[in-house]
Design a protein around this ligand. Structure first.
Ligand code: SAH
Length: 224
C-alpha cells in the first residue's frame, strides 16, 4: 500500500518539488546543509492525505485529520536547525508526533528519536509511514507528552510541536545537562514565541527564535 503510494507519488510530487521547497527554505534563511539535504529527500507528500499531496511542498501547514496540522516546512527546518546547534544530540524526545514528518526528518539526523502523541490514529499512521521509509530508530508512545516520557529520560534535546501556554515542568526535568528544549509558547489565536530553553548547571536560559502558529498542546492540566 505504502509502496504503491510511493510509486504514484513520484510522478505527482517529484524531486523537483522538493528542490523548489529547499530553495525557498534557503531564501528564508535556513543555512544548515544537513537539514536542507534531509528535507530535500524526505517524501513529505506521504505524510498528508492523498488529496492534498500536490500541496505538500508548499511552505504551509496542512490538515492531517483530528483537527491537527502538519507543520509548515520552514518551521520544521528552523526547529531542526535549532536542535542541531552545538552538536548532534544522541537522544531526542519529540512531543506531538502528528503526521510523523518531523519525526522522519529527525530520525535521519540523530541516532535515536522518542516521540509521543495523544491521538491514537495519528500515532499509528505516523508509525506506518515512518517505518515504510525504512527508519527504525524511533520509539512511539501514546500519551500526554506534557509529562514527557520518563522511561527514557534524560534527553539530549526535546522538541515540542504543539503550543503550550506555559512550559511543562516535566519536560525541563527530563533535559540532560546542557540539553535544549525547543517549544512554542503562547495562547491560541495569538502569536506564539518559539523558545529554546537550555539546561545549564542548576538553572535554565531561554532565547526566543521567532514567532509561530501551532495547534495547542492539549494536557490534562497537571503538567502544562
Ligand atoms: N510534528 C507534527 C505536528 C503535528 S501538530 C507534524 O508536523 O505533523 C501537533 C500534534 O501534537 C498533534 O498531532 C496533536 O495531537 C499533538 N498533541 C497535542 N497535545 C499533545 C500532548 N499533550 N501530548 C502529545 N501530543 C500532543
Amino acid at each position: 500500500m505504502l509502496g504503491e503510494r510511493l510509486i504514484r507519488g513520484i510522478g505527482m510530487t517529484s524531486q523537483a518539488a522538493r528542490d523548489r521547497m529547499v530553495r525557498q527554505l534557503r531564501e528564508l534563511g535556513i543555512g544548515d546543509q544537513r537539514v536542507l539535504e534531509v528535507m530535500g529527500r524526505t517524501p513529505r507528500h506521504l505524510f498528508v492525505d492523498e488529496a492534498l499531496a500536490s500541496r505538500a511542498y508548499a511552505n504551509t501547514s496542512l490538515p492531517i485529520g483530528q483537527g491537527q496540522t502538519i507543520s509548515q516546512p520552514f518551521t520544521v527546518a528552523r526547529m531542526t536547525e535549532a536542535l542541531l546547534e552545538g552538536g548532534v544530540p544522541e537522544r531526542v524526545l519529540e512531543v506531538g508526533t502528528g503526521s510523523g514528518y518531523q519525526t522522519a526528518v529527525l530520525a535521519q539526523l540523530v541516532p535515536r528519536v522518542y516521540t509521543v502523541e495523544r491521538i491514537r490514529s495519528l500515532s499509528m499512521r505516523a508509525r506506518n509511514v515512518v517505518r515504510g521509509l525504512g527508519l527504525h530508530n524511533v520509539r512511539y508512545h501514546l500519551s500526554d507528552g506534557s509529562w514527557g516520557w520518563m522511561q527514557y529520560a534524560p534527553y539530549d534535546a526535546i522538541l515540542v510541536t504543539a503550543a503550550a501556554e506555559r512550559v511543562p515542568h516535566p519536560l525541563l526535568e527530563q533535559l540532560a545537562p546542557g540539553a535544549s528544549l525547543i517549544i512554542p509558547v503562547g495562547r491560541q489565536g495569538q502569536a506564539q514565541r518559539l523558545q529554546c530553553i537550555r539546561r545549564l548547571g542548576s538553572g535554565f536560559t531561554a532565547t526566543t527564535l521567532h514567532t509561530v502558529h501551532f495547534v495547542p498542546l492539549v494536557s490534562d492540566g497537571g503538567a502544562a
